[in-house]
Design a protein around this ligand. Structure first.
Ligand SMILES: Nc1nc2c(ncn2[C@@H]2O[C@H](COP(=O)(O)OP(=O)(O)OP(=O)(O)O)[C@@H](O)[C@H]2O)c(=O)[nH]1
Ligand SMILES: [Mg+2]
Length: 313
């Protein structure tokens, strides 16, 4: 389950002796172009759904922590938004998250979509990664969809980051992940467990709920709509029966027309989004989850600094 904070736990607080907590331990930034498969990879490495996934670029907007617990290792992955060269305000916030995450971590895991030719963005990310001087692992992803560009993309990534080991994987099928996991553990310094060993993420229930709802909206709509949506959870409450978690909130869009698309004919679309979200959330949490979501227009939200500052962290 989740805790509210990402801070290190004191050994006495969880009742273990210091000597029992010495493990290989590292914080790893997961960075790369939008849609490279970073979130799919973090989920696969952690063995649990930690971060939302969709074919729409820039699905991830925040730092999302996922924890890999092994017998003698604990790795905390920080999934980040896709690095996208754009001057739009929201993109500059997301790129800022990538840069600050690179500064905080022990190791960088640079994810490259091996099925897609490299471009200016790969060059810019590689430069940002190289500038950190931190141990870096290149992960060439989507091996299951590899074609003639694969070898070229690998050569190009390795030439930008000379000396960094590279791994061919499919985050979707799991192919190649054992070797990648081993390498990351090998590079990790000796240290303490940062979280109790049964934790796989540190996200708050509000954040998890808002992300799953946004994922279902993203998967159920097209074109500009996924980018125009944010989800705000106002209240989360345990029902009296102690078995049902109830959450109330808003799906916010920029325009009336987008609201119409999400509500759908006779409310069909929003009902489906809620059903799909409740089904997945009820798997994630140890309780049934019930949602009360309204769709609301919040014009120009992507241009408002105070909201973006609060939302993109
Ligand atoms: N064929 C194939 N598709 C993959 C693989 N990994 C991810 N995908 C797909 O690629 C798309 C993007 O995956 P995400 O994990 O959301 O990518 P991301 O890098 O987190 O994207 P952003 O958060 O938008 O930056 C989704 O449709 C995934 O199902 C893979 O190994 N093989
Ligand atoms: Mg992502």
């Amino acid at each position: 389950m989740t805790s509210g904070e990402s801070s290190r736990f004191s050994t006495t607080a969880i009742g273990l002796r210091e000597s029992e907590l010495r493990v290989k331990s590292a914080v790893v930034a997961v960075v790369g172009r939008p849609s490279a498969g970073k979130s799919t990879l973090v989920n696969a490495l952690c063995g649990a759904k930690v971060s939302i996934v969709s074919p729409v670029p820039q699905t991830t907007r925040n730092r999302v922590r996922g924890i890999l617990n092994d017998v003698d290792a604990q790795i905390v992955f920080i999934d980040t938004p896709g690095f996208h060269l754009s001057t739009r305000k929201i993109n500059t916030y997301m790129t800022g998250i990538v840069s600050s995450t690179l500064e905080e971590v022990d190791i960088v895991l640079y994810v490259v979509d091996g099925s897609r030719a490299s471009g200016e963005e790969e060059k810019a990310i590689s430069e940002a990664v190289r500038a950190t001087g931190k141990p870096t692992v290149i992960c060439l992803n989507k091996k299951d969809a590899a074609d003639d560009v694969w070898a070229l993309v690998r050569a190009s990534a390795c030439s930008f980051l000379t000396g960094a080991p590279s791994f061919d994987v499919s985050a979707r099928t799991g192919d190649g992940l054992d070797a990648l996991r081993e390498k990351l553990i090998q590079l990790s310094p000796d240290g303490e467990q940062m979280y109790p060993p049964d934790y796989y993420t540190d996200q708050t229930p509000e954040f998890r709920i808002s992300e799953i709802v946004r994922e279902k909206v993203t998967l159920g709509t097209r074109e500009e709509v996924p980018h125009a949506v944010y989800v705000r959870i106002e209240d989360v409450e345990m029902r009296d029966d102690g078995q049902t978690l109830w959450a109330r909130g808003f799906i916010c869009v920029e325009r009336e027309s987008q609201k119409g698309i999400i509500v759908g004919r006779g409310g069909d679309k929003i009902r489906q989004i809620i059903r799909d979200s409740e089904a997945e959330l009820s798997e994630i949490f140890p309780w049934a989850v019930k949602l009360d979501m309204r769709v609301k227009v919040d014009r120009q939200w992507r241009k408002r600094d105070p909201l973006l500052k609060k939302m993109i962290r």
